[in-house]
Design a protein around this ligand. Structure first.
Ligand SMILES: Cc1cc2nc3c(=O)[nH]c(=O)nc-3n(C[C@H](O)[C@H](O)[C@H](O)COP(=O)(O)OP(=O)(O)OC[C@H]3O[C@@H](n4cnc5c(N)ncnc54)[C@H](O)[C@@H]3O)c2cc1C
Length: 467
């Protein structure tokens, strides 16, 4: 049995089916996609075509212009690339309460089986729990997010040092390109009447027509889609990888990949990024180890945590020492103390924290190093630890283009001791790790970063876009 595949019901395959349906919930791409390959192999064995269905609804929590735009920017290219492979493609935009909600079931009515993405958080996790019992045909969830299949880790790992040797033991076996797609029977069916035509030109119009929160504007910086993902990867390899090991913790240096939004929306796979980084490093005599540690070990530790934690965004799975130290310091005085609204509007006394929050509001992503500082200060300046957690989850779910990801909840909880160890005890934090403004000034170019964000806020122009 392939460790990437979980069969989530016992329904029989449909007789006289017209195709195998791949429901792309998270891995919204034609390339390097184990779930798509699984659907193709299943279809080829019966000389059936494959139909890919991608949907977007106004109903998911925090649906807004930013998330909708990023996702829709990928649709036209995905459709083109799938059709070129001989695979059918349906996209359906459910704009408001009056629109139909049964598209998956309509398409499944002609399908042999449904293949989808195995994903441990947010809506895909809920769908994969509720749909298999209702769909009436086999429902296969395939892990195309992780390089080493999540299913090979039998329990929740304690920290990076416990998962690292397990990943490294299995890596040679799984760090291999996905087999190329060859369909035995090209899809020739007509376009479904509910298909929504998305082009590069009509994304804004479609977003405006949806009953969603129009208060969160698209990212100033990140455009969605496969083409943007490929360009971002290419730029990282050419201009940043060689600086990554030394400069990745200095936000103003721009040595990081900025690939997290594309990984989150599945416009690129971690597998192809890792293979590209390894190949480029070998060809140019560079070392990619630090980057691969983040992309593989840290990212897959986050998927491991989320898979074994339901729900993943509470204190329930924190280590005992973290829970106890927070209880001991629950009554400590917070000075200053801000509300979630003050945090959201970047109204603290700290110019660096405010700049990081504005980066989230504008770009939709905070640099990894300042993201830790951002989280730690929310703990320090919130009335309670629980309120701090709620604020961080809310701000990420609403604004982050890479949010609603296993990385989101795992890393927010890292601020509260997950995958970490006790440090020296102090007020409010107890023995949770603390980060200070002085430390940030010592280690990073704080002024260059605050100037950069100030320029972005004043002009709406990002000096670090690809164009
Ligand atoms: C409070 C807090 C919230 C966070 N929320 C998110 C989030 O919503 N989505 C998200 O993808 N990451 C999140 N992170 C982790 C990390 O900050 C981002 O993955 C990273 O900044 C993404 O930028 P990049 O693609 O340029 O990273 P790079 O440095 O170029 O790293 C490459 C890839 O490695 C992975 N990676 C890097 N750092 C980590 C890490 N600490 N843990 C797990 N994987 C990592 C990511 O997939 C990233 O895209 C959060 C961290 C903190 C402290």
């Amino acid at each position: 049995m392939d460790p990437r595949v979980r069969i989530l019901n016992e329904a029989p395959a449909r007789e006289n089916a017209r195709y195998v349906l791949y429901w792309a919930q998270m891995n919204r791409r034609a390339e390097s996609n184990h779930a798509l390959l699984h659907a193709v192999e299943m279809a080829n064995a019966r000389k059936l075509p494959v139909l890919v269905y991608e949907g977007l609804t106004h109903r998911y929590p925090y649906a807004n212009d930013r998330h909708h735009t990023f996702l829709l920017e990928g649709v036209a290219e995905t459709g083109r690339r799938l059709r070129k492979l001989g695979i059918g493609y349906v996209f359906y935009l459910e704009r408001g309460p009056e629109d139909r909600r049964d598209v998956l079931y309509r398409l499944a009515a002609d399908a042999l089986a449904v293949v989808t993405d195995d994903y441990p958080v947010f809506i895909a996790r809920k769908h994969n729990a509720s749909v298999p019992g209702k769909i009436g045909i086999p429902y296969h969830a395939v892990d195309s997010s992780c390089i080493v299949p999540m299913g090979l880790m039998e329990k929740r790992e304690w920290a990076a040092y416990t998962i690292r040797p397990k990943i490294h033991r299995l890596l040679a076996q799984y760090l291999k390109p996905v087999h190329p797609i060859h369909v035995a029977a090209p899809y020739t069916g007509e376009v479904a009447e509910f298909h929504t035509e998305v082009t590069e030109q009509n994304v804004g119009e479609l977003v405006a027509s949806c009953a969603i929160d129009h208060g969160v504007k698209p990212s100033t910086t990140y455009r969605g889609g496969r083409v943007a993902a490929e360009r971002t990867l290419d730029r990282f390899l050419r201009t940043r990888l060689r600086r990554y090991a030394m400069e990745r913790n200095d936000p103003a240096a721009h040595a990081n990949s900025d690939l997290s939004p594309y990984l989150h929306y599945g416009h690129v796979s971690a597998l192809e990024v890792a293979l590209a980084a390894k190949a480029y490093a070998a060809e140019h005599n560079l070392v990619a180890d630090e980057f691969l540690e983040e992309l593989i070990v840290r990212r897959e530790l986050a998927f491991n945590y989320a898979r074994f934690s339901d729900p993943p965004d509470t204190f329930a799975q924190l280590p005992g020492w973290a829970v106890q130290t927070m209880a001991k310091h629950a009554g400590d005085r917070r000075e200053p103390c801000y509300t979630a609204e003050q945090f959201e509007q970047a109204q603290t006394h700290d110019p660096l924290w405010n700049a990081a929050q504005k980066e989230l509001l504008l770009r939709g992503k905070i640099h990894g190093y300042y993201r830790m500082y951002w989280g730690k200060k929310i703990i320090e300046w919130s009335a309670t630890h629980e309120e701090a957690l709620r604020t961080m989850v809310y701000l990420h779910d609403r604004y982050a283009v890479d949010g609603r990801d296993p990385n989101t909840y795992t890393n927010i909880l890292w601020c509260f001791g997950l995958h970490d160890r006790p440090w020296q005890e102090r007020a409010v934090f107890g023995s949770l790790r603390h980060m200070s403004y002085e430390g940030m000034r010592r280690k990073t170019a704080v002024d260059a970063y605050t100037k950069e964000i100030d320029y972005l806020e004043r002009t709406g122009r990002d000096l670090f876009t690809l164009d």
